[in-house]
Design a protein around this ligand. Structure first.
Ligand SMILES: [Zn+2]
Ligand SMILES: [Zn+2]
Length: 311
């Protein structure tokens, strides 16, 4: 028996499985749960939305409604009392402990009210809309069942690649919550009301989500990497989908906001493409002020969410 052929096949199967899984579950979270569902930064056809979001579900992110509710709360109260996962409350708290304490931060009624848009969708409703263990167990069961199918169809090497990618992407999401809000990592390009940072290695692992200061400055923008060196593979995916006619109403960074929030001097000597003098000339201080205030909105319904959060 030629064992080298067997070994090479196993290796190729494992590596291919790793990269395919990484992209599928990664984009599931960054594009699906985050940019499409939480911030409504773009629209895709419903079948494609479900396909993309399924990747996040397969990465143990739990019910989309609950994830979105937690993330909308994070934007409303970032690094202030009531933020579910601020490193100001401790590193391990921000990394994972918050997941077991969500009842302290948000009631089940608040989940439903801050996600009134997603509550209209029967598929998302079916996957759960509360902080009880049931929805997490449903997700875990589906994740395990899918891995058994992968093992049966493609064998151990494919399963190993799949699990390794899933674990890496799962933790990369938690790294955004921690390292991208800690002042000893990365840099800030924009003046924002919380501690958010742009951290290159988190961006590399979390498919663009590590450009977190940019994101907090302009939460509704579908593009998070904004300087030339800030590669954002999720944004690249959005551009391709838009070119294919599969993404519409794509929200881009607002140049007025970018100007109003820029910190000086700019770190790393980077040039943001939308902050030229030409762009500056077009806007009055009033325009910039208005855009600054508008950019603080997490979604179009931010006022409603803010009120719901106070109940
Ligand atoms: Zn944040
Ligand atoms: Zn966000």
């Amino acid at each position: 028996m030629d064992t080298s052929i067997f070994t090479n096949t196993a290796l190729i199967s494992g590596v291919v499985s790793f990269f395919l899984t990484y992209y599928y579950v990664g984009v599931g979270i960054t594009l699906g749960y985050h940019r499409i569902l939480t911030h409504r930064s773009l629209q895709v056809p419903k079948w494609l939305e479900y396909l993309i979001v399924s990747g996040g579900y397969m990465c143990l992110m739990g019910s989309p409604i609950v994830w979105v509710a937690v993330h909308r709360l994070h934007h409303l109260k970032s690094d202030q009392p009531g933020d579910p996962h601020s490193p100001r409350d401790g590193f391990t708290h921000a990394l994972y402990q918050w997941m077991f304490e969500m009842n302290k931060y948000q009631s089940d009624d608040e989940v439903k009210s801050v996600c009134s848009d997603l509550m209209k969708d029967p598929v998302y409703r079916m996957l759960g809309s509360d902080h009880k263990a049931g929805q997490a167990m449903l997700c875990l069961s589906m994740v395990v069942a899918t891995r058994i199918i992968i093992l049966a169809l493609f064998g151990w090497p494919a399963l190993l690649g799949n699990v390794l990618a899933t674990v890496t992407v799962f933790w990369s999401t938690q790294f955004v919550n921690t390292f991208c809000h800690m002042d000893n990592h990365g840099y800030r390009t924009f003046k924002t009301r919380e501690d958010s940072r742009n951290v290159w290695w988190v961006a590399a692992l979390a498919m663009g989500e590590g450009w977190h200061n940019n994101h907090h400055a302009m939460p509704k923008s579908a593009q998070h990497g904004m300087a030339k060196h800030e590669f954002d593979i999720t944004w690249a995916t959005v551009v391709i989908l838009e070119k294919l006619g599969l993404a519409k109403n794509v929200i881009r960074p607002n140049p007025q906001v970018a100007l109003s929030k820029r910190l000086q001097p700019v770190p790393h000597n980077v040039t943001l493409y939308h902050t030229t003098n030409e762009a500056k000339a077009k806007f009055t201080p009033g325009d910039i002020e208005e855009a600054y205030n508008a950019s603080m909105l997490v979604t179009d319904k931010d006022e409603e969410y803010a009120t719901a959060g106070k109940k």
